[in-house]
Design a protein. Structure first.
Length: 496
């Protein structure tokens, strides 16, 4: 009800040309806010600088103050910024060096989510950066063109640090993708959308983990920030818009569609372009996942990207469930306003990339991973009791040892009554099947994070190439950050 009324009021405002109208009596949150839309913030594009052919990025983890709500200041973390980080652009095949300086006043790390690299360069919980010091990570970009991201990954503190802003987008380009004529003018027809729900305290600060419910279910907020913008709109000047969506939320799953029901094309999943564009009217995006979409706005009409309640289809019971699970769960994501006299865009190619089928003959081993919520974490005073295969994360224990140059099947089993996005470091895997049903078209490409709905078993195909290190492990974990911090994480090494 509330959602519809707001939307209708917004519609009325735009047609009458009124700019600001506060709305009253619709259960206003304590922090008063004008119902005014803001231009979408676009993270600064950072190309780094070349030294002897190596692309260097200087990244400063810092504290800042951000104004998400008019006149209200929120203490935040950012990377070369007050909140979130610059978008880092790099090319497949080149070597990059990340020079990460920590100035947030507490220990941190920076992990390159989705990147295939040596364990020592991964930026996980083993590559801690003391406050005041600099960590260097150098690796070759052995990726397909896609959208990756980076974020803090400190044992037990990932949720807190990411929530406060330690995250950013990475764009990898390659020759194939550059030859397709896809929109790729950053900030103009190619824009990142970092989706994050946030809960605010009355003093404007982020309210992180106020209740045990937040720890068990994952932290959720009642306001949606997109690139750190509340109620954003974007004016598009071309008839094709490429959206690089990143679910950078701690735990919320988004169900995305347009308010006018328009279709769009998904062109990429986590780790690369799909074989061909797939036409959709809605999609689900779980924490850690990315998709690239092409939206056609040549009709010149304003459209609203929205996220609907996952329980909406379940009617009355569904909305009661939503209330029970933490209230608001429908959001306006982005209003897209086409400028007048749109430039003519290009045609979407029929084919995007060659994607070979997983070679099941190469599989040498099948491993099973059973997820469990255990007793929760808040009850135990923060030390995790959530598990994978009955074990809570222990930084001194290697759970799995994999042989370099082999392929395996990992079966992820979720007997809990909650969905978990499962993420594996170092590899881009392929989804074989869900409860025995073959992967759908949009899940046949490269993935590093996969949503496992309650009660489901998903089988993944993984190949371990290039890097071996018997000492330093990679992580696999639930990307609900409160579950990761709560112990639903394990470690594997790749050995020669
Ligand atoms: Cu996005 Cu282990 O992380
Ligand atoms: Cu990762
Ligand atoms: Cu989980």
């Amino acid at each position: 009800m509330k959602k519809i009324s707001r939307r209708m009021m917004l519609g009325a405002m735009t047609t009458t040309g009124l700019v600001t109208v506060g709305y009253i009596g619709l259960g206003m949150p304590q922090l008063a806010m004008a119902d005014e839309m803001q231009p979408l913030k676009i993270p600064t594009l950072e190309n780094g600088y070349l030294i002897d052919g190596v692309r260097n990025f200087d990244l400063n983890l810092q504290r800042g103050q951000s104004q998400f709500i008019d006149g209200v200041s929120t203490p935040t973390y950012g990377i070369n910024d007050n909140y979130l980080g610059s978008t880092l652009k790099m090319n497949a095949g080149e070597t990059v060096q990340m020079n990460v300086t920590n100035q947030i006043g507490r220990i941190s790390t920076l992990h390159w989510h989705g990147m295939h690299l040596p364990a020592a360069a991964d930026g996980g919980p083993h590559q801690l950066i003391e406050n005041g010091s600099t960590w260097q990570s150098r690796f070759e970009v052995k990726q397909h063109a896609s959208t990756f991201w980076y974020h803090s990954h400190v044992m037990g503190e990932t949720g807190f640090q990411v929530y406060h802003g330690l995250a950013g987008v990475i764009i990898v380009e390659d020759e194939n993708a550059n030859s397709l004529g896809l929109p790729q003018d950053y900030g103009v027809d190619d824009i990142p959308l970092i989706l994050q729900d946030r809960q605010f305290n009355d003093d404007g600060s982020f309210a992180y983990l106020a209740t045990m419910h937040d720890s068990m279910m994952g932290m959720k907020g009642d306001k949606l920030l997109v690139n750190g913008t509340l109620k954003p709109f974007f004016v598009v000047k071309t008839d094709q818009l490429r959206l690089r969506l990143l679910n950078g939320s701690n735990s919320r799953i988004y169900n995305l569609s347009f308010d006018d029901g328009r279709s769009f094309h998904q062109i990429a999943s986590d780790g690369g372009l799909l074989e061909k564009p797939v036409q959709l009217t809605k999609l689900t995006l779980a924490p850690g996942e990315r998709v690239e979409l092409i939206v056609d706005v040549s009709d010149g009409k304003t459209s609203l990207l929205q996220s609907t309640s996952p329980n909406a289809e379940q009617g009355m019971m569904g909305s009661m469930m939503s209330m029970f699970e933490g209230g608001t769960d429908g959001f306006d994501v982005l209003e897209i306003r086409p400028a007048t006299g749109l430039a003519t865009g290009k045609k979407l190619p029929q084919k995007l990339a060659d994607i070979t089928a997983p070679n099941l003959n190469a599989v040498v081993k099948t491993r099973k991973f059973v997820l469990d919520l255990g007793m929760g974490m808040a009850m135990m005073g923060g030390s995790g009791t959530m598990t994978i295969n009955g074990k809570s994360m222990d930084i001194n224990r290697i759970d799995e040892v994999v042989k370099l140059g082999t392929s395996e099947i990992w079966e992820i089993i979720n007997p809990t009554d909650q969905a978990h996005p499962f993420h594996i470091h170092d590899v881009q895997f392929r989804i074989l099947d869900r409860d025995g049903q073959p992967a759908i078209e949009t899940e046949r490409g490269f993935k590093d994070t996969v949503l496992i709905p309650a009660g489901q078993n998903v089988r993944l195909f993984l190949s371990f190439a290039d890097y071996a290190d018997a000492e330093r492990p990679y992580m696999y974990h639930c990307h609900i950050l409160e579950h990761e911090d709560g112990g639903m994480m394990g470690q594997f090494t790749v050995v020669a």
